[in-house]
Ligand binder design. Structure first.
Ligand code: NAG
Ligand code: NAG
Ligand code: NAG
Length: 191
C-alpha cells in the first residue's frame, strides 16, 4: 500500500517537474516572474486631482521654452517647429506664486490645419512629499481649443503606475511674444 502511494507521488512529482520545465521553455527562458503586489507595498489605488499653472516663457532673457527646430519656411500653423521646455509649474496663475515643480520635455507643432502641438513632458514635482516624483504627459494639444485633454501615461516615485488625464485651459496668451500661462487640471490614478 505504502509502496503504491510512493509510486503515485513519484509519478505526480516527475510529471510536475516536466510541466514546469516545459513552461519555462515556452515563456521566453523564464526571466520574467510574477510578484505579489504586497511586496511593493501596493495597496489601494487612489485618485488624485491637482490644479497647477504652466508658464511657457519664449521671450526675454529668462526664456523657459526655446525653439530647437525651425523650418526655413514657416507656415501659418508653424508646422515643424520644436521647442524644448523647462516651464515653471505654480499653484496660482502668477509666476510669483508658489512653485511646485517644472514641466520638462518638448512640444512639436505637428498640425498643418491648425495650431496643434504634440506635447511630451514630465511634470517634475519639487514640493513637500511629492519632491522628486514625476508624471508623464503625452498627447495632442490644439492650443486654440477651450479645453485640451491629454493622457497621463505614467509616473515615478509617489506616482508609480500612474495613469489618467490632464485638461489644459489657456489662462493668458500673449500673441506678440507667444508667452502663455495655461491652467492644468490633473486627474491621476496611482497607489
Ligand atoms: C531673469 O532672472 C534673473 C534671476 O532670477 C532675474 O534677476 C532677472 O530679473 C530676470 N530677468 C527677466 C527679464 O525676467
Ligand atoms: C513658403 O511658403 C509660402 C506659403 O506657405 C509659399 O507661397 C512659398 O512658395 C514657400 N517658399 C518656399 C521657398 O518654399
Ligand atoms: C527636493 O529634494 C532635493 C533633493 O533631494 C533637495 O535638494 C531640495 O531641497 C528639495 N526641495 C524641497 C522644496 O524640499
Amino acid at each position: 500500500m505504502v509502496r503504491i502511494l510512493l509510486i503515485v507521488v513519484f509519478i505526480l512529482s516527475t510529471s510536475g517537474v516536466i510541466r514546469c520545465a516545459r513552461a519555462n521553455d515556452d515563456d521566453g527562458h523564464g526571466f520574467v516572474r510574477s510578484l505579489d503586489p504586497k511586496l511593493l507595498s501596493l495597496k489601494e489605488e487612489k485618485l488624485s486631482h491637482f490644479r497647477i499653472y504652466w508658464h511657457d516663457i519664449t521671450s526675454g532673457s529668462n526664456a523657459t521654452s526655446i525653439s530647437v527646430v525651425r523650418p526655413s519656411n514657416i507656415s501659418a500653423t508653424g508646422f515643424g517647429i520644436i521647442n524644448v521646455i523647462d516651464d515653471p509649474l505654480t499653484l496660482g496663475p502668477k509666476l510669483s506664486s508658489k512653485l511646485v515643480g517644472r514641466a520638462q520635455g518638448f512640444y512639436a507643432l505637428s498640425s498643418q490645419e491648425e495650431l496643434g502641438l504634440l506635447m511630451s513632458m514630465n511634470f517634475a514635482f519639487t514640493e513637500g512629499k511629492y519632491n522628486g516624483s514625476t508624471i508623464t504627459v503625452l498627447g495632442r494639444n490644439p492650443v486654440f481649443h477651450k479645453v485640451r485633454e491629454m493622457p497621463v501615461i505614467g509616473g515615478s516615485g509617489l506616482f508609480r503606475f500612474a495613469r489618467g488625464y490632464v485638461q489644459a485651459r489657456t489662462h493668458t496668451l500673449n500673441m506678440k511674444t507667444g508667452d502663455a500661462i495655461v491652467e492644468y487640471n490633473c486627474y491621476v490614478l496611482h497607489y
